[in-house]
Structure formats: structure tokens, C-alpha cells
Design a protein around this ligand. Structure first.
Ligand SMILES: [Zn+2]
Length: 142
């Protein structure tokens, strides 16, 4: 009932002052423009924030990826260095073992050279000994 009265009053006012319609339309247009502009600004801000967030996220992800790749590279390099060191160590061990073997061989040859067979019991005794430690007889050494 009140709405109908208000509408009737509005119609009467329009009939009495026709330029009021223009003012109302202009006010509605201005209101709509303000609403649309505010909505657009809010939307723009939201889009900008979203893009910025996405770019930041992408950059962080790529940085993390790069860091992990660098770590992997370092780990691989250190593993390779470790392997090279291990090979070098093994080679040094082999060289040392070979030189020790050569030394032992030389000592053994020297020891054998200093040994001589006893003429009585034919056991190996040191060259130049007075008595054979096995048979107790004086060996005739060459
Ligand atoms: Zn002997």
C-alpha cells in the first residue's frame, strides 16, 4: 500500500516537474558508474595481487629448483672427487705393496745368498759359521 502511494507520488511529481526524472536518471547513472568503477578497481587490485603472488611463487620455486640442482651438482662433484681420491689411494697402496714386496724379495735374496748348505746334514746354515746348529759338526764352507 505504501509502495503504491510512493509510486503514485513519484508519478505526480514527474507530471508536475518533468526535469526531476532527468535528475533521478542522472543520479542512478552516477551511482551505477561509481559502483562499476569501484568494482573494477577492486577487481584490478585483486588481479594485480594474484599475478604478483603467482610470479613470486614461480620465482621462489625456480630459485629452490636452482638451489637443489646446485646442491646435487656439488654432491655429484664431491662424490666424483671422493672416487678419484679412492682410486689414488688404492694406487698408492698398490705401489707401497709392490715396493714392500720388492724390498722383501731383496732381503730374502740377501739372506739366501748368505746361507750355505752344511756338507754333513745338508741343512741351510749361515755362511762362515764355526759349527752347524743342526748336526753340531764344523761345516766345510765354500
Ligand atoms: Zn750340519
Amino acid at each position: 500500500m505504501q509502495l503504491i502511494i510512493a509510486a503514485l507520488l513519484f508519478l505526480i511529481a514527474l507530471y508536475v516537474v518533468p526535469w526531476l526524472f532527468g535528475i533521478v536518471v542522472m543520479a542512478l547513472g552516477a551511482y551505477a558508474f561509481v559502483v562499476v568503477a569501484a568494482g573494477g578497481v577492486v577487481l584490478l587490485i585483486a588481479v594485480v595481487i594474484g599475478i604478483w603472488h603467482g610470479v613470486t611463487l614461480l620465482r621462489e620455486r625456480s630459485a629452490r629448483k636452482r638451489a637443489s640442482q646446485a646442491f646435487e651438482l656439488i654432491a655429484q662433484r664431491s662424490q666424483a672427487e671422493e672416487a678419484a681420491l679412492e682410486i689414488e689411494r688404492r694406487r698408492m697402496d698398490e705401489i707401497r705393496a709392490a715396493s714392500e714386496a720388492a724390498e722383501a724379495e731383496k732381503k730374502e735374496q740377501l739372506r739366501v745368498k748368505r746361507l750355505v748348505a752344511c756338507v754333513n746334514c745338508s741343512s741351510m746354515i749361515t755362511r762362515g759359521s764355526m759349527y752347524c746348529p743342526v748336526c753340531g759338526k764344523p761345516p766345510v764352507t765354500v
